[in-house]
Design a protein around this ligand. Structure first.
Ligand SMILES: *Cc1c(COP(=O)(O)O)cnc(C)c1O
Length: 483
């Protein structure tokens, strides 16, 4: 007997004949669909309403989510997202819009896009934004396509993109997907880019540098203006990965750092949830003379009429079927308007304060990865704990037993046994104090009863899974689960 069977494993409760047959049946489906697409049987569970409700309510209760637990997953900004945004985004006026409607019929949504673009331009100092991009990694690819088109237009062949070893893993992937050769620039011991190393590798073959600032060690690149000088002297471009922009909101702008192309993840910084919480939106912004390279369309306005403008001279083209993901866009708009200038700045201040509070309280028992004060996230190294037989993963799994989501582990790659903690500005001091207390308790356990950590989590539904087996032999389809 399974305590919690899949819905397909449950005994049929309702005779199948009660299930309503569709009114319109296609008589000869073979005429319309290739035969290998046609089902010979449809094995839907036929269950009573209470069984279905219980099934899904119980599943939902097993969730580990921002709404139920502290979720300090670094480089992911798992902040609490105000429910008001949810309500606003799911109004009938938005959800029943259809992209094939006439432009006159969706002037309202175009106005929102237009206004949001202006707000993001003000926040970042960029000239224009495209919202036709579904995610952060997608935005990086768009950025690299723009870099490519820019040099092509100038009649230059530049093959190299420079990426710091502290960068997000999607950066080198996006650059090489676009056909660039990636050259890695090393970080110094304190976690910032090594300027001397950078000078050695930037040349006339360099198309761009991809920078994350604050970098994935949670540090602000203090010498960003020197970096800018080196890059610009060689005629290359600066791509700025602003996926996690919390720490800088209202404090500084990528335009002041000389950035040419940037992306913001509306689904991290601007309060749309991500992961399985909804669609993403990686807004791509550019400086003035790169506007004509943006993907089409852009939303423009003429005589109080908003329209989708496909007329961009050097555009890299369309990068998505329909323009934009409306839901995260409305959430971002409502979020920014509600907070205003002062509110945005406070986000930056509190997100930095929260991360540094944790850093200060734990730095004597967990090794900090840099002597420098951090921005919105702090990275600890558990290499000393590993010498005692306990890994970063063991610690992360043990946190689940205390009702805390594991932080990001083993990233960035340059920190041994890394735990990357991003508390976000939405957590109270009480929650942070609880986390700190738990980390101290775990440190005590490492000394006194390390075997507990090896078996953790002990209290969750799912115990420690065999990750090697799961990676080598993943079972992704329910049919294969023997159902
Ligand atoms: C999350 C993240 C990305 C990728 O964004 P996705 O929307 O997950 O594709 C890129 N860079 C950084 C720094 C990130 O934190």
């Amino acid at each position: 007997m399974k305590v919690f069977p899949l819905i397909f494993e449950r005994k049929k409760e309702t005779p199948t004949e009660y299930i309503k047959k569709p009114d319109i049946a296609i008589k000869n489906p073979e005429e319309f669909f290739p035969s290998h697409f046609l089902r010979t049987q449809l094995n839907l569970p036929s269950l009573s309403e209470p069984t279905v409700v219980r099934h899904f309510t119980n599943l939902a209760m097993r969730n580990f989510s921002v709404d139920t637990h502290f979720y300090p997953l670094g480089s992911c900004t798992m902040k609490y997202n105000p429910k008001l945004n949810e309500e606003l985004a799911f109004q009938d006026e938005f959800i029943f819009l259809h992209p094939y409607q006439k432009e006159e019929d969706f002037q309202g949504i175009l106005e929102i896009i237009y206004d949001l673009e202006k707000l993001l331009c003000e926040i970042t100092g960029m000239e224009r934004f495209s919202f036709g991009v579904s995610a952060g990694a997608h935005a990086e690819l768009v950025g690299m396509l723009i870099v490519n088109a820019y040099f092509k237009k100038r009649g230059e062949k530049r093959k190299k993109v420079i990426i710091p070893d502290s960068s997000h893993g999607t950066n080198p992937a996006s650059a090489s997907m676009c056909g660039f050769e990636v050259e890695v620039v090393k970080s110094r011991d304190d976690g910032l880019i090594n300027i001397e190393e950078l000078k050695k590798i930037v040349d006339q073959n360099t198309a761009a540098i991809m920078l994350t600032n604050p970098n994935t060690l949670g540090l602000f690149e203090e010498e960003i203006l020197k970096i800018k000088e080196i890059i610009k002297k060689n005629g290359a471009l600066i791509y700025y990965d602003g996926a996690n922009f919390n720490a800088l909101l209202g404090i500084t702008k990528p335009s002041l750092m000389g950035c040419d192309i940037i992306h913001l993840n509306l689904h991290k910084t601007f309060s749309a949830p991500h992961g399985s919480g909804g669609p993403g939106l990686g807004a791509v912004g550019v400086r003035k003379d790169l506007v004509s390279f943006l993907p089409v369309p852009l939303v423009d306005k003429k005589n109080d009429h908003y329209y989708l403008n496909y007329n961009l001279e050097n555009s890299i083209g369309r990068v998505r079927s329909f323009y934009t993901n409306i839901v995260p866009l409305i959430k971002a708009y409502s979020y920014i308007l509600r907070l205003g200038k002062e509110g945005l700045k406070r986000i930056a201040q509190i997100s930095v304060l929260n991360a540094n509070y944790i850093r200060e309280k734990l730095k004597d028992i967990f090794l900090v990865s840099s002597p420098k004060r951090c921005m919105h996230e702090v990275v600890f190294s558990c290499k000393e704990k590993k010498e005692k037989g306990v890994t970063a993963q063991d610690i992360a799994k043990r946190l689940i037993d205390y009702g805390i989501h594991p932080p990001t582990m083993y990233f960035p790659l340059i920190v041994k046994e890394a735990l990357m903690i991003e508390p976000t500005e939405t957590e109270s001091k009480d929650t942070l104090d609880y986390f700190i207390e738990v980390m101290k308790k775990i440190n005590q356990e490492i000394k006194e009863s390390p075997s507990i950590l090896k078996d953790a989590p002990l209290l969750s539904f799912t115990k420690r899974v065999n990750e090697t087996q799961a990676a080598r032999n993943p079972i992704l389809r329910w049919e294969k689960c023997g159902v």
